[in-house]
Design a binder for this molecule. Sequence first.
Ligand code: 8DG
Ligand code: CA
Ligand code: CA
Length: 316
Amino acid sequence: MENNKVIAGLLRQIAALLQEQGVDFKPAAYRRAAQVIEELDKDVSEIGDEKELKKLPGIGDAIAGKIIEYLETGKMTALEDMRITQGNIPAELMDIEGLGPARVRQIQSEFGVKSVADLIKIAEEGKLRTLPRFSELMEKKVLENAKRVKERTKRFPREEIKEDVDKLLKKIKALKNVQAVEVAGSFRREKETVGDIDILVVTSKPKEVSDAVAELKDVRNVVAHGDKKLSFDLKSGLRVDVRFVRKDQWGAALLYFTGSKEHNIAMRKVAIKKGWKLNEYGLFKGDAVIASKTEEEIYKKLELNYYEPSQRTGRV
Ligand code: 8DG
Ligand code: CA
Ligand code: CA
C-alpha cells in the first residue's frame, strides 16, 4: 500500500501549505482525506476510477482529481506549484515527517539547507537546536526522519548489486518447498538503478518458506515477516521484498510486480475496457479467472503483443 502512504503524505503537505495561506476549512479537509486514504484496506490504485474514489468519505472532486493525477503521473502539480510560490521549498525537505513549511523555510534561510543531505549534516553538528522554535529533542526527531527519507530515496546501481541478487536467488531456490523463484520489479526491467529488489517465490507452503528465507545468513533487519511477504535488508543496505505466490497465479503476480506501475495502469485500463479486472492474482471476468498462469497468456487475452520486461515503461 505504498501509494496510500505516499498520497497521504502529499495531501498533508498540501494541508500545511494551505494553512500557511490562512485558508479556512481546506487544511482540515485535506488532513481528513489523508487519513481516509492511509486507512484504506487496499491500495488506492485498485479503486480504479474517479467516480469510485469519490464514494470514499471526505474525498471530493478536487482531492479525487489530485489522487488520480498522482496515480497516472507520479506527481501532484498543485502541490508543486504551491511549493514554488510559497518560498521555493524543496520537495525532499517537505517529505520529512514533522517538518512543516515554516520550519523548512527557517532552516533554508538560516543555514542555506537545500537537500536532505544538507539537513542531516546540520542536525548532526547540533546546529538545528540553536534555532528559535527548535529543541534538542526536535533536532533528534528531525534527524531520524531525515535519515529515513534518505534511505527511502537511495538507489543502487544494478551492476553493483547484481551478484548479491543472483546469490540470494540461488539460495532461495535451494530451499525446501520452493517451486520457482524469479526476480521482478525494476531489476527485471533492467533499469540502471534499483530502489529495492522484488522477488517472487512459488510455494504451497508460504509460512515455512518465509521462515526459512528469514534464517539465511545474508538476511538482516527483517521489517515484515509473514506468509504473503518477507522484507529485509542485505548487508549493503539494499532492501528486499520477497512475495509468496500460488503456482496458478504466477503469471499475474510476475506481471504485476514487474511493473512498471505505469505499465500496470495501462494494462488495467485495457482490461477494464473489456469489462474485466486485472490484478496480481489474475485477469478476471466477475469472479471467473480468464488468465493467470503465465504473462504471455494475459497479454494474449487482452489482445496485446507481449512486452519484454525492459519495454514495460508506460503505454500499451
Ligand atoms: P524501484 O524499486 O527501483 O524504485 O522500482 P520498482 O521495482 O518498479 O517499484 P517497486 O515499488 O519495488 O514495486 C514493484 C512493482 O510492483 C512495480 O514495478 C509495479 C508494482 N506496483 C504497482 N503498484 C504498486 C504499489 O502501489 N506499490 C508497490 N509497492 N508496487 C506496486 O503496480
Ligand atoms: Ca523494486
Ligand atoms: Ca518493492
